[in-house]
Every structure is written in C-alpha cells, then in structure tokens.
Ligand binder design. Structure first.
Ligand SMILES: Cc1cc2nc3c(=O)[nH]c(=O)nc-3n(C[C@H](O)[C@H](O)[C@H](O)COP(=O)(O)OP(=O)(O)OC[C@H]3O[C@@H](n4cnc5c(N)ncnc54)[C@H](O)[C@@H]3O)c2cc1C
Length: 360
C-alpha cells in the first residue's frame, strides 16, 4: 500500500468509526461505508472506565445520551454477591450507552476530521471486491453477524425484553441461570431491558414453551429477579452474540477489525475496549509501516487467550452452581482459546425477531 493512498472502512460501529476517524485525523483520505439502516433496538452496553479513558486518549467523544454505571454486581457461585466497584478501582464511573448513540457520536467525530461517509443498504456478505472503494485498501469492521469464513467457537444469542419493573439503578447486574446468563444494564432511554445470553439450541420453539423456559431460567436467579422484577417474556427480541474469530485477519489489500476479527463473549465486558485497541493498532501500522504487521496477529492471539482464561473462571463457578446445566458443562469442556473447528460461512441464524414485531 502506498502511504498516501485512500482507504475504505466498512462498518459504522465502534471499530470502523474509530479507525476512520484516526486515519482521517492523520491526513489520510478515508471513505467510510456505513449501513444506511439505523439498526434494530438493542439493550444498552457498558462503556467501562477503561473504555472511556481509551476514547479520551484517542480523541474520540462519548455519547451524550448515557446513564452512569457505578460498577458490576454479580452472583456467580451462589455464595456471596460481588460488586466490582468502578469508582473504587478507577475513581471514575462507567456509562450505559446505546449502540445508536455510540455510532452517532463517533460518526460525528469522523465527519469533523474529514471522513467521507457513504450510507448504503448492505447485504450480509463480507465481499468488497466490487463494492464502493474497490481497488483501495479495505478495513472490514462489519461486526459479528456478517457472513464470512471463521473459526466458530460458540453460537450464542442475546434475548432481550423489557423489564416488568422500571426501577432506576446505576449498576450492571450479572447472574448465571441454568441455560445461560442474565444481565440487567442501567436504563438508557424509555425502556429498561433485561437480557438472557444463551445457546439458540437450548431455546424451545413456540411462544408458550419459550415463555415458560425463560421464566424458569429467571426463577433460578436471585439478584436479577429482585432487580428486574420479571421480564416481558411476550416481547422478546434477539441479537447475535456469537463468539468467533475470522479465518483471515489480514491480506495484502485489507484487514478485519473489531468483532469482524474477534468477537468475544459479551460476558467479557471488554468488546468496546478491544474494538478501540484493535482499530488503533491497525491504524498505527498503516500509518507507520504502510501495512498491517504481524504485531496485530499477535495481539488478537493474546486477547483471545487472555479473555478465554477470564471467561473460564466464570464458567467454572456457574457450572458448580448449575451442575446439571448443559450450557455451562459445554462451556467448561470448550474453554480453550478459540480454535479452528471447521469453517462457518453462515451469518447469524438467530430465529428471534426484532422487538416491535410479533412476539416470538
Ligand atoms: C449482547 C451484547 C452485549 C454487549 N455488551 C457489551 C458491553 O456492555 N460492553 C462492551 O464493552 N462490549 C459489549 N459487547 C461487545 C461490543 O458490542 C462489541 O465488541 C463492539 O460493538 C464491537 O464493535 P464493532 O465495530 O466491531 O462491531 P459493531 O458495533 O457490531 O458494528 C458493526 C457495524 O457494521 C455494520 N454492518 C453490518 N453489515 C454491514 C455491511 N454489509 N456493510 C456495512 N456495514 C455493515 C453494522 O450495521 C454495524 O453498524 C456486547 C456484545 C453483545 C452481542
């Protein structure tokens, strides 16, 4: 790649927007191809203090619409709840934000830095050879759901639904159940969501059976049940939460970044930090070396290993609490870092509708 040649970035989430901004700020010509659709509603995500500090270091703004998050209250092995107090650890709180607000804030920063934005209605494929920016260096940042060859470790789905009770709380609450784990983020906007991350294979088909299954999984929790007061099981929507790693991270004319390269279990809570770190690393390589180096491959490998170890600790504790739960037994058996287990070209096959359409 010529050091002055234009670059095309695909995907308007955290990774793509951060990369486009950093490249443009360094004086590179950037075409940023984003999805024209605003996307479906999704539950809030937490910008941890580490993510907030990384945003500030990179010169990126935080979304204005946000709710403070003081830390993470979790109850893994059923003995004592633990509170991971952000303020105590970092003298700063986190923020609960929506994906839309994140996308808008980072997109505006890119525009101010000179990024040229092209909004298109996109298919699910990760093919760019004849699309916009063909012939330029391509950064693919289209998230975890795009169809691409990958080493697929774990198909997860996040089922989210409005809470029965609408209580103000400034903590993220996390707790395992028999067939997955629940989380309850602080409310951002008019609806408070509670989320169940599970395997689509365990979810019964048919609204009534699914309703009972969700209710029984909520009944195994203490903190979530107390804090959420129940869920609107008749208004469930789903989003892809798969854990996977792309087969090809880089090639001579491009690279994958963010979830398109390595999508972590949402349990890690570090997806946004990793998306920002990976984007910054790749941009630094492009600006200083003219191409993405092996440093990026090593970084992805080390993140994968590190995150897998942390997750394994949680999986084991949940498996001890739910020894008969196939969800946790399977995760304990497969806790090694993502390995090549056959190639998946499939996009998300999540059979849940977006919220607002007919109940599942
Ligand atoms: C249920 C869930 C909860 C999570 N909670 C947290 C959390 O609390 N904290 C945290 O740090 N991380 C969390 N994460 C992880 C975090 O969301 C991701 O790691 C992060 O958003 C990755 O950013 P990205 O830019 O790679 O992908 P995305 O944010 O998914 O962005 C991809 C973008 O590409 C667009 N796109 C898709 N297809 C195309 C196409 N064909 N052409 C152009 N554009 C396309 C999409 O519309 C989207 O805007 C969570 C993940 C899940 C699934």
């Amino acid at each position: 790649m010529n050091h002055g040649s234009p670059i095309t970035v695909h995907g308007g989430g955290t990774a793509g927007s951060a990369a486009a901004f950093l490249l443009a700020r360094a004086g590179r010509r950037v075409l940023h191809v984003v999805d024209a659709e605003r996307g479906r509603p999704s539950p809030p995500e937490i910008l941890s203090p580490w993510a907030r500090s990384l945003l500030a270091q990179l010169g990126l703004p935080e979304p204005q619409e946000a709710t403070p998050c003081e830390g993470v209250l979790s109850f893994w092995d059923g003995s004592e709840p633990e509170f991971n107090d952000y303020v105590l650890m970092t003298a700063s709180h986190g923020l609960a934000v929506t994906r839309h607000a994140m996308r808008d804030a980072l997109g505006r920063a890119g525009g101010a830095a000179g990024v040229r934005r092209l909004a298109r209605t996109m298919g699910g494929d990760d093919e760019v050879s004849d699309g916009p920016g063909a012939g330029t260096y391509q950064l693919l940042a289209r998230g975890r759901s795009v169809r691409t060859p990958r080493c697929c470790e774990d198909r997860l789905v996040a089922l989210f639904m409005p809470c029965a009770e609408d209580r103000a709380a400034l903590r993220l609450v996390v707790e395992p159940a028999r067939d997955g784990w629940w989380y309850l983020p602080p409310q951002v906007g008019p609806v408070r969501y509670v989320v169940f991350v599970t395997s689509p294979a365990l979810a019964p088909t048919g609204p009534e059976r699914r309703y009972d299954w969700l209710r029984s999984n909520l009944a195994c929790t203490e903190l979530i049940q107390a804090a959420a007061g129940g869920g609107r099981f008749d208004a469930v929507a789903g989003m892809d939460a798969r854990v996977a790693r792309a087969e090809a991270l880089t090639w001579p004319t491009g690279a994958r970044i963010g979830d398109a390269a390595l999508s972590l279990d949402p349990l890690s809570g570090t997806g946004i930090v990793r998306a920002l770190e990976g984007a910054a690393l790749v941009v630094d390589d492009i600006l200083t070396r003219g191409a993405v180096s092996t440093r990026y491959h090593e970084w992805v490998e080390s993140v994968d290993t590190e995150e897998s170890k942390v997750r394994a600790g949680f999986y084991e504790r949940a498996a001890a609490r739910f020894p008969d739960g196939p969800f946790w037994q399977r995760r304990c058996a497969a806790r090694a870092p993502l390995r090549r287990r056959g190639t998946s070209r499939e996009a998300s096959s999540v059979a849940f509708r977006p919220l607002g359409s007919a109940p599942v």
